[in-house]
Design a binder for this molecule. Structure first.
Ligand SMILES: Nc1ncnc2c1ncn2[C@@H]1O[C@H](COP(=O)(O)OP(=O)(O)OP(=O)(O)O)[C@@H](O)[C@H]1O
Length: 363
């Protein structure tokens, strides 16, 4: 398969040149990873040295494998308390990371990785934490587990922050500081992001020790093989018409345009981003009536419902997923080759994340 330059390296290097651990190499091979991507080539050797690291690379270029490999090189299948803590901003990303780590660790006996997320039973977490070497979690749940002392941190040697720009933003920043304060001072910290700003760098000042920075793009990190188009929709406004009724008309016109695009563009799976949750629900229902295998996901659903929708999408039981920005980041669904934004996102970065749900690993 032809992949874009985003994920190709010029050097004649394979994973064996970066990693000695045979079991991990077998895990990588079984997962279908033959050669490292540019971010993997640069960040894995640095991370293995034990230094603090901030790594930035475009969406879908393999950042999870970077911290997956470094973590599996760090943990030992001994002791009953966690040794690695990974934090992700959404429950869906946390579950996805857990699955990638388990896959990579398939041939590494005795290593356990579990996800701890909000919306699931808290009481069963303490049991899961026993003998769990790699903990992946969302900030709120991790804080709760620290509060009630079920998450014992004394053996933690590595902290990973995925989607670090989001984790260090106003929404989660204080929670991350709190979590970090509960961890041993002597540990390695790795942070990953598709975007990079001076603000992000500053936010790590009191959390990292002279971090190494691996930054693969200095411009807007757009994906090379993803073609982007824009379609303007205009609806005439009657003089007596209210803004609300005009808005409804615009949405109706957008829905019809979506149906037209889905019929005209050949695609395997599509993600449609909508700013308003009620509109997302409405669009998904309407598309189902129109004969598309469609579902919707947003923070308005229960965790069980959210997981069921994601599973259906991954199992190809849905072709179209109408989404809020809940899953604009980090979600990796191989077959998604069409993304539609029916509203402009509120921030440029969000646009980039939404678009990055396709073209995964240079496809
Ligand atoms: N060396 C490799 N060879 C082939 N495929 C790979 C390799 N590394 C990662 N992948 C695949 O690339 C896809 C994207 O990886 P990943 O989700 O880690 O990207 P990311 O950089 O974290 O993206 P985002 O910024 O959107 O979170 C995954 O499907 C993964 O299986």
């Amino acid at each position: 398969m032809n992949r874009s330059r985003d994920v190709q390296i010029n050097e004649d290097v394979d994973f064996e040149a970066l990693i000695q651990n045979k079991q991990l190499l077998k895990g990588l091979e079984q997962a279908g990873y033959a050669r490292p991507s540019p971010i993997q080539l640069q960040a894995i050797p640095l991370g293995r040295l034990g230094v603090d690291l901030i790594a930035q690379a475009k969406s879908g270029t393999g950042k999870t494998v970077v911290f997956g490999v470094i973590s599996l090189e760090t943990v030992r299948a001994i002791g009953i308390h966690p040794q690695v803590l990974m934090v992700a901003p959404t429950r869906e990303i946390a579950i996805q990371i857990r699955d990638v780590i388990r896959n990579l660790a398939k041939y590494t006996p005795g290593i356990r990785c579990e996800a701890f997320i909000g919306g699931t039973a808290h009481h069963s977490n303490a049991k899961l934490l026993k003998n769990c070497h790699i903990v992946v979690g969302t900030p709120g749940r991790l804080m709760a587990l620290l509060h009630d002392h079920s998450l014992i941190t004394r053996d933690i040697k590595l902290l990973v922050l995925d989607e670090a720009d989001k984790l260090m933003s106003e929404v989660f920043g204080q929670q991350i500081q709190y979590i970090n304060n509960q961890l041993p001072k002597k540990k390695q910290t790795l942070a990953f992001s598709a975007t990079f700003t001076q603000e992000l760098l500053d936010s790590f000042q009191n959390m990292m020790n002279q971090p190494q920075i691996v930054r693969l793009t200095t411009e807007v990190p757009e994906l090379e093989e993803v073609q982007q188009y824009c379609k303007k929709i205009s609806v005439e406004k009657q003089e007596s018409e209210s803004d609300y009724s005009q808005k409804l008309k615009v949405y109706k016109a957008k829905f019809e345009m979506v149906a037209e695009l889905l019929s005209k563009i050949p695609f395997y799976q599509c993600m449609i981003f909508v700013n308003s949750v009620p509109r997302a629900v409405e669009l998904s229902k309407w598309l189902t009536q129109e004969g598309w295998m469609s579902g919707h996901i947003s923070g308005g659903l229960t965790q069980v419902q959210r997981m069921a929708v994601m599973e259906k999408m991954r199992d190809f039981k849905l072709r179209v997923l109408v989404c809020s920005d809940l899953i604009a980041r980090g979600i990796d669904i191989d077959r998604v080759n069409l993304v539609i934004n029916i509203d402009y996102p509120r921030e440029i970065e969000t646009y980039m994340h939404r678009v990055g749900r396709t073209g995964r690993f240079g496809k």
